[in-house]
Design a protein around this ligand. Structure first.
Ligand SMILES: [Zn+2]
Length: 126
């Protein structure tokens, strides 16, 4: 008799647990599937991804573009100020760097090799 009561109690407990299991919300993946990096990104990472989508590189994490250094295609120097110190390796195997200031407004030339440099105002995203 005691064993029948115990069995009944176990069945009732199991049925309640199954009922609870059926009621718990299931985690279902959205209709789109696994979210992408852009959908998950937040804060600074999100701003950087959005800027890169527009073709911008706000923190200079990509390799800089190459310019010929002529008057028509000067080296672009991004700056948050109105001047920036630039080091020019005039030739590829030079061991000395020629340092000079580039000011906003007028393109300047390297005093040693004559390459043109132009300062472009650069705004940080935050
Ligand atoms: Zn130079």
């Amino acid at each position: 008799m005691a064993s029948k009561v115990l069995l009944r109690a176990c069945r009732v407990t199991l049925m309640r647990k199954q009922h609870v299991l059926l009621q718990t919300p299931q985690r279902v993946m959205s209709a789109k599937g696994i979210p992408t990096d852009e959908e998950q990104a937040a804060g600074l990472e999100r701003r950087v991804l959005q800027a890169m989508k527009k073709g911008q590189d706000p923190y200079s994490i990509l390799k800089p573009k190459e310019y010929t250094g002529t008057r028509d295609d000067p080296h672009i120097v991004p700056s948050i100020n109105n001047k920036r110190l630039v080091g020019c390796l005039c030739e590829e195997d030079n061991t000395a760097i020629v340092w000079f200031w580039v000011h906003e407004g007028n393109p300047q030339r390297c005093p040693s090799c004559g390459s043109h440099y132009e300062l472009v105002h650069h705004e940080l995203p935050h």
